[in-house]
Design a protein. Structure first.
Length: 439
């Protein structure tokens, strides 16, 4: 082996690249800031797709995956902005140092003891520039490593979402699928905990640990980081290896995780889509009889998910009739189709005939699934039609109910719509209110 340290064995081009890494760092960081600022919008569209196209049990996995993605986005935005600020400070101080290369100059304006203290406290300008340089480069590398961790967790969550939805389509019960996913993850979690314990002084030098610790750790990393594994493991361990022996290492590590998690949770809480994933909240959102609707069919300004029925303002409300559109995302269609008492369409029929008959079957099942009351009086003769509403959130499926001869009254009216979508805790159907005024 050649003599000298690791630095001496590095190629000249690599040492030069390391010294001048700030130049590509700034370019990449600026582009990364612009790109990461687009991530919340992309994640929101992904959440909306999940909410419209997956059943309740699959949405739970989608909820967890979306949290990880928001952690990724929040961490990237904050970290790259911080990196850009640090590099800007570094460039500014380096520029000043080149203009005033001698450092602090003694003068007659200020007292001598003040200037001596100033030099003692702040006089190491070169040292500060060097620390800012290392700090900026460290932030840049750690940012991508941390983002990679959360990206992989979100990617694994996406795999489980697809797996869960696929198995349910083939007749597996949602609880069975969750047990299967748990059976896949639990051994991995146990192995990870055991591996962490094996690093303690009591066990680290035993023959069993020396034989199996590394192969098991390698297996866990390959399963946990299917994307960019080598970079993530290299970068994260490179940083931790330098600070692992510090007494405050664990505290800073936990503080960093809590800070990133707090940013992600704050982003999730402030995003209305997050609430829609939670089933009790989905039940509660439409059950306020005193809240006037903020949108109606024909209103093109609303860009989010529809969780409340909408009055069809394209059809004037009168004693002869009125119409209301009832949203039926996949979480509700799963129960509408699964609990319908009518026989399903024969799969042996020609495709076009089967498609038309299935649409008729869905509408007929909707009559069983939906109950409508107006001003306390049941509306039993309503007519249903399938209808998609399109906006920025996507094509949202539902059924338009036409109510002939509605029992209207002057002033405030209250429409009560019940769908047989059970509350996950109480089993009660979902109740939605649509207050409106008629004169």
């Amino acid at each position: 082996m050649p003599e000298g340290g690791v630095e001496d064995r590095k190629p000249k081009w690599l040492r030069r690249l390391e010294r001048e890494s700030w130049q590509p760092e700034l370019i990449i960081s600026g582009a990364a800031i612009l790109g990461s600022l687009q991530l919340p919008g992309l994640i929101e569209h992904a959440e909306q797709y999940f909410l419209l196209n997956y059943d309740r049990d699959t949405l739970f996995i989608g909820y967890v995956a979306a949290i990880y993605w928001r952690l990724l986005a929040s961490g990237l935005i904050v970290t790259f902005i911080l990196h850009f600020v640090v590099r800007a400070l570094w460039i500014g101080l380096a520029g000043l140092n080149s203009v005033f290369p001698g450092g602090f100059k003694t003068n007659e304006r200020f007292s001598l003891h003040y200037q001596e203290n100033m030099k003692a406290e702040y006089g190491d300008v070169d040292g500060l520039i060097s620390r800012l340089d290392r700090f900026g480069s460290g932030i840049f590398g750690v940012a991508f490593a941390t983002a990679g961790v959360f990206l992989n967790f979100g990617f694994i969550g996406l795999i489980f979402i697809v797996l869960h939805s696929w198995l349910i389509e083939y007749g597996f019960a949602p609880r069975q699928v969750l047990y299967l996913i748990g059976a896949l993850l639990l051994p991995l979690l146990i192995i990870s905990v055991i591996t962490m314990i094996s690093h303690t002084k009591k066990f680290r030098d035993t023959a069993f640990v020396r034989r199996w610790q590394w192969p098991i750790s390698l297996f866990v990393s390959r399963f946990t980081y299917p994307l960019a594994r080598r970079y993530i493991v290299t970068a994260s361990n490179l940083v931790t290896s330098y600070y692992a022996d510090r007494k405050d290492f664990l505290g800073y590590f936990v503080l960093g995780i809590l800070a990133i998690s707090g940013l992600g949770m704050a982003a999730s809480v402030n995003n209305p889509n997050t609430l829609y994933f939670v089933d009790p909240v989905y039940h509660r959102l439409a059950a306020d009889s005193l809240l006037l609707p903020s949108a109606s069919v024909g209103d093109e300004t609303y860009e989010g998910i529809y969780v409340r029925p909408l009055l069809d303002r394209t059809l004037p409300i009168s004693e002869r009739g009125m119409a209301v559109w009832i949203p039926l995302p996949e979480r509700e269609m799963f129960y509408l189709e699964g609990n319908c008492s009518l026989p399903e369409v024969d799969e042996d029929l020609p495709r076009e005939d089967r498609r038309g008959l299935r649409r008729e079957w869905l509408v007929a099942c909707g009559k069983e699934y939906i109950e409508i009351e107006l001003n306390g009086r049941p509306c039993r003769e309503f007519q249903l039609e399938r209808q998609y509403l399109k906006n920025e959130a996507g094509d949202q499926y539902g059924m338009r109910a036409f109510i002939p001869d509605p029992p209207l009254r002057p002033g405030k009216n209250l429409l009560r719509i019940v769908t047989q979508y059970p509350h996950e805790e109480t089993g009660d159907p979902r109740v939605a209110y649509v207050p409106f005024y008629h004169y």
